[in-house]
Design a protein around this ligand. Structure first.
Ligand SMILES: Nc1nc2c(c(=O)[nH]1)N[C@H]1C(S)=C(S)[C@@H](COP(=O)(O)OP(=O)(O)OC[C@H]3O[C@@H](n4cnc5c(N)ncnc54)[C@H](O)[C@@H]3O)O[C@H]1N2
Ligand code: MOO
Ligand code: MG
Length: 429
């Protein structure tokens, strides 16, 4: 008699995985290697930015009060007492009717309290001395980029667990981090199972297909920021798969298998979990694709049994593996982020389980729309490549129509969410 599995809710499955969440260790890396890594300490400004009052223009620094009577009709003459570029500091004190020629980024000299742009003055040379003619009144503080106006010493700038993007890297450099403390990358073991699997370099043979899931999972792992260890594909053979998994478990932080989790004659994962003495967290989820997604735990390590069907495998990773890995790397927003949008076309097929349809988002007149891409079957591989989102169609007794409001899980998002997607009542816009 074939085992009858009782499906659990997606929310419940995510919770069961996250019951075993762990924070990994930290490591120091060169700033050149910190891209896409998760910070393992917050970034706090340890000095003002900019660190000194500086000129935002190429011009002349002078005293605003000396320009009080300047006008187009009565231009005032200022003596140019020094010339500085960015990186230079003038040792002169700017006095009455004096100016320092100053380039963008240079520190405002003592005495000066405003800057006038080069284009707005007439330059005059007389007997080896330089002067400028100022034809307008300036206010104290005009054209000065003030110390600390960008950020002040002590300001918290970036939280621990944020993923380094170009802006964060710029801040790390600004505050002198030649070495950055980041979360160590967990190693994810990947074993693709199935006697039908060929490698990309192999010629097709009758009844066989090339393994695509193994490579797809490699990419999904890398997209979270973790690293993978890919093992040889394993035929549907209980003994050799058991041995391969035992070895992989010793070498990796978590193990992902794909295929062999359903109820077929050669689906050995359920038996292997038992033999290992692993605790089964779930093996059936009320969702499609990915209903057979399984997870087991042994000695605090998780074994994810993703479906062999490519679309199901993909969705299983995004919903259940990704948050576990992101949390490991210090993220407080480990879940896939979602937005809402309007369904662009009818989806009449009713389904008792929530569906995750590979979709594409478009924006029209400020509104978000989504439409399915490709064939919506669990065994389909092409639609994954075309999708930027998963259109969530909660389980119900009827289908969906164009114009219905749906949740859209963003597949390429790196920001993440503090709360997981979870089933909600169907709402019609
Ligand atoms: N009697 C039942 N049959 C099935 C059920 C069920 O509940 N009762 N569930 C179906 C669902 S839903 C899914 S999903 C699949 C899950 O299958 P498995 O996880 O056991 O995976 P396999 O049987 O090994 O393979 C399924 C399918 O995927 C192809 N595959 C496998 N590995 C790869 C790979 N690395 N790259 C590309 N494609 C792969 C494989 O050739 C099969 O076509 O079970 C249903 N059956
Ligand atoms: O796990 Mo299956 O993908 O629901 O079709
Ligand atoms: Mg199977």
């Amino acid at each position: 008699m074939v085992e009858r599995r009782k499906p659990i809710w997606i929310k419940e499955a995510i919770e069961k995985v996250m019951e075993y969440k762990l924070r990994g260790e930290d490591e120091l890396v060169s700033i050149h290697e910190c891209d896409e890594r998760y910070l393992s300490e917050p970034l706090i400004a340890d000095h003002d930015v900019p660190p000194f009052n500086r000129s935002p223009y190429d011009g002349f620094a002078l005293r605003a009060r000396d320009t009080e009577n300047a006008s187009r009709e009565t231009p005032l003459l200022f003596e140019v007492i020094d010339e500085i570029g960015a990186g230079q500091v003038s040792l002169k004190q700017v006095g009455h009717q004096q100016a320092v020629r100053i380039m963008t980024g240079a520190q405002i000299p003592d005495g000066a309290d405003c800057v006038i742009m080069l284009e707005l003055v007439r330059e005059i040379s007389e007997a080896g001395n330089k002067y400028i003619e100022v034809k307008r009144r300036l206010q104290d503080g005009d054209n000065i980029s003030f110390q600390g106006e960008d950020t002040q010493k002590g300001s918290p700038l970036i939280d621990k667990g944020e993923r380094v993007n170009p802006g964060i890297k710029a801040l790390l450099a600004t505050f002198g981090y030649s070495q950055v403390k980041v979360a160590k990358k967990p190693t994810v073991g990947i074993i693709a199972t199935g006697s039908e699997l060929l490698r990309p370099e192999d010629e097709l043979e009758p009844g066989k297909i090339r393994d695509s899931n193994g490579y797809m999972i490699e990419s999904q792992v890398l997209r979270t920021g973790a690293v993978y260890k890919k093992y040889e594909n394993c035929a549907d053979d209980l003994e050799s798969l058991y041995e391969a998994m035992k070895t992989a478990l010793q070498e990796c932080d978590i193990l992902i298998t794909t295929g062999g989790v359903s109820v077929g004659d050669f689906d050995y994962l359920p038996e292997i979990y038992k033999r290992m003495g692993a605790k089964l967290l779930f093996n059936k989820i009320a969702m499609r694709p990915g209903s057979v997604t399984s997870c087991a735990e042994i000695n605090g390590r998780l074994l994810f049994g993703l479906s062999g069907n490519p679309s199901a495998c993909y969705v299983g990773f995004e919903l259940f593996v990704k948050p576990y890995l992101r949390y490991w790397m210090q993220s407080d927003r480990p879940y896939t982020r979602y937005i809402t949008g309007e369904l662009k076309m009818d989806f009449p097929k009713p389904n008792p389980f929530s569906r995750f349809v590979r979709g594409k988002i478009s924006y029209e007149d400020g509104k978000v729309y989504a439409e399915p891409v490709g064939l919506d079957k669990s065994g389909v591989v092409t639609s994954i490549a075309w999708a930027d989102s998963l259109i969530v169609l909660p389980g119900g007794t009827r289908g969906y129509r164009a114009g219905d409001e749906v949740d859209l899980i963003l597949l390429e998002d790196q920001q993440g969410s503090g709360v997981p997607w979870q089933e909600r009542k169907f709402s019609k816009s």
